[in-house]
Design a protein around this ligand. Structure first.
Ligand SMILES: [Zn+2]
Length: 614
């Protein structure tokens, strides 16, 4: 019943969207998988029946699947990249900075091989394994608006945990199973997104998953999706006592998840499994290994998870599923459908921080589902922004500028001279450092600074409308900026172009303050490549403050006054004019100081010239 309601809800959303954007289409896939895992040697075998529906206007002769585990073999693209990048991910290299993939033995490496694939139960199809991508030539071309059924048999080995997924994590979790099955590559109006798995990150096709996992009965399984046979399983899923026959070796776990674009699971014989049903009737599951301090933190984490979920429901939009699982596993924090894998042995604030960040991804990475490889800043950046706000509220921090850390990161990146535009594919940055800051920090600055440009209230409305209009559609940067334009009435294409597609920076200066004809004459100068509207505050010796606003011509709009005090709107300043002179009705002697954007939401890379004081 729960699953049924979820899919009806999703269908309504998709239909609603189709009315908003004429011509929009997306592919559809439904998976039915049966997999058995050998917990002794970490090999597994499975079969998958996928119904793939082509909503594109194109006839498809080929389809592609991701086979991510093949990245964890010596000599793979991921291994090569690890050896050539100057600042490799610490988790993936030894103390001597050697690639951990390069030294994996036959029984430690990962692999995933499709041993047979047929179309509509016909003869085996011609395939080519190209490391992490499987190329499949269809026997019958797939016409627009038609479906085909592909049946796959596959075999894999879970690699030693090196990145995101794998066996025997550093914290001793046996199985962190993400990126583990042959996963259909997304095809959209831009074509196939068949990126090899080098480092990061993901993009997928929405569909319904029906997954049966068979493994040793002592293991507790956490997974994307609703467990269908809790009364045969127990393990904390059922309140009934479940009797498992003594001579029965395995259990088969049956999960269903509707309208998700990925399926993750994790398993360990020592998991503690707690549940909490929120006021909104979402069941939160927690899986962790028992250790004294860790267990206490994980108990305290549970109410924080409920609070965080209601924060995001209120500030972004309603979480559309009825379940979410916080699972100890993996190597840091990584978001998946209806679940996250996080390392668990952390101080409490760090544990809450990683849960909040990964949970926030459910809205951006999963429900909106921007292509994470192409537009990582929209996923990591927006997630970072909303997580900062959530942490500020959840931990009672009361910071005026909760995203200040993102600004500091961005300024450090500019100073390093290693910045690359945010349009860079996340695998193509020269440095991991440049990727991280561009995606997380600068992405968060993009939103916080948008609040400066269009005003706080318009930013709040933009985020909510963006979520409502674009959920389950893989929005791209232009979709977001158009939403902000419609909400605010301002033209914002210049902001998207200059801030995300170039490494140009913002730097305004108070050039001079002199006696004027009646008051003081001020000259401002644009030193950076990006133009901005200017908030300017004049503080007088008598303690009063006077707000001025210089609209940017290209915006064709003025943001509403954000202050309680009245504001004087000066004439427009257009980007090409480097200088801007104006007079204020206060004498030079009466002025204590003048400051450009005292809120520091404008990411001005040199703030020393933003202030005049005497
Ligand atoms: Zn993230």
């Amino acid at each position: 019943m729960k699953s049924f309601l979820t899919s009806v809800f999703a269908l309504v959303l998709l239909t609603a969207h189709a009315q908003k954007q004429p011509g929009y289409w997306q592919q559809r896939i439904d998976y039915a998988m049966e997999v058995s895992m050998n917990v002794e040697d970490f090999t597994y075998k499975g079969s998958s029946t996928v119904k793939y529906t082509n909503h594109s206007p194109d006839t498809l002769n080929r389809v592609f699947f991701h086979l991510y585990f093949n990245a964890f073999r010596p000599g793979s693209d991921m291994d090569a990249r690890l050896q050539s990048i100057s600042d490799p991910d610490n988790r993936m290299v030894t103390e001597n900075k050697e690639s951990r993939i390069s030294v994996l033995s036959e029984d430690e490496m990962g692999y995933l091989e499709v041993t047979q694939i047929t179309q509509n139960q016909g003869a085996p199809l011609k395939t080519s394994h190209e490391e992490t991508i499987l190329v499949v030539d269809l026997q019958t071309p797939l016409l627009p608006q038609s479906s085909t059924t592909l049946s796959l048999d596959f075999e894999g080995q879970v690699p030693l945990q090196i990145r995101r997924s794998g066996r025997n994590s550093e914290e001793g979790v046996a199985l962190s199973m993400s990126q583990w099955y042959p996963k259909m590559v997304e095809y959209d109006h831009e074509g196939w997104h068949d990126y090899p798995y080098i480092a990061r990150e993901f993009h997928g096709v929405w569909g319904d998953f029906d997954v049966k996992l068979t493994l040793d009965k002592s293991y507790t399984v956490a997974a994307t999706g609703y467990l269908q046979n809790a009364d045969e399983i127990g393990h904390g899923y059922s309140d009934e006592e479940v009797r498992i026959r003594k001579n029965q070796k395995n259990l088969t776990w049956h999960f269903k998840a509707d309208n998700v674009h990925d399926f993750m699971w994790a398993a360990d014989p020592e998991y503690v499994h707690d549940k909490l049903v929120t006021a909104d009737e979402v069941t939160l599951h927690f899986f962790y290994k028992h250790k004294p301090v860790l267990a206490e933190n994980w108990k305290n984490l549970q109410s924080k998870t409920e609070e965080a979920m209601s924060f995001f429901n209120e500030h972004v939009g309603k979480y559309p599923y009825k379940q979410y699982s916080v699972v100890q596993g993996g190597d840091g924090g990584m978001e998946y459908a209806m679940a996250t894998l996080i390392t668990g042995d952390r101080p409490f604030p760090s544990l809450v921080g990683v849960m909040v960040h990964e949970l926030a991804h459910s809205w951006f990475q999963h429900v909106l589902a921007t292509n994470e490889g192409k537009h990582s800043w929209m996923d990591e950046g927006f997630t970072s922004y909303i997580s900062s706000l959530c942490m500020n509220s959840l931990m009672g921090r009361n910071q005026e500028h909760p995203y200040a850390g993102s600004y500091r990161g961005y300024y450090a990146l500019v100073e390093s001279k290693m910045e690359e535009p945010q349009t860079t594919h996340s695998d193509r940055y020269d440095k991991n450092f440049a990727y991280s800051i561009a995606a997380y920090s600068k992405g968060s600055v993009f939103l916080a600074q948008l609040g400066y440009i269009i005003g706080k209230d318009a930013l709040v409305k933009t985020l909510k409308r963006y979520y409502t209009d674009y959920q389950f559609t893989h929005p791209a940067p232009n979709d977001f900026i158009r939403t902000a334009e419609k909400v605010s009435g301002a033209h914002l294409g210049w902001y998207l172009n200059d801030f995300t597609k170039t490494t140009k920076t913002i730097d305004y200066a108070i050039e001079s303050v002199k006696p004027g004809s009646t008051g003081a004459a001020i000259e401002l100068k644009r030193l950076g490549g990006i133009g901005m509207p200017i908030d300017l505050v004049v503080s007088l010796n008598d303690g009063s403050q006077h707000h001025y606003y210089i609209p940017l011509t290209e915006m064709r709009a003025e943001k509403p006054n954000e202050h309680e005090l009245a504001r004087t709107v000066l004439s427009d300043w257009s980007w090409a004019q480097q200088r801007y002179a104006f007079e204020i009705p206060h004498t030079l002697e009466s002025i204590k100081s003048i400051a450009i954007d005292p809120s520091t939401r404008m990411a001005d890379i040199d703030q020393s010239n933003n202030v005049f004081s005497q």
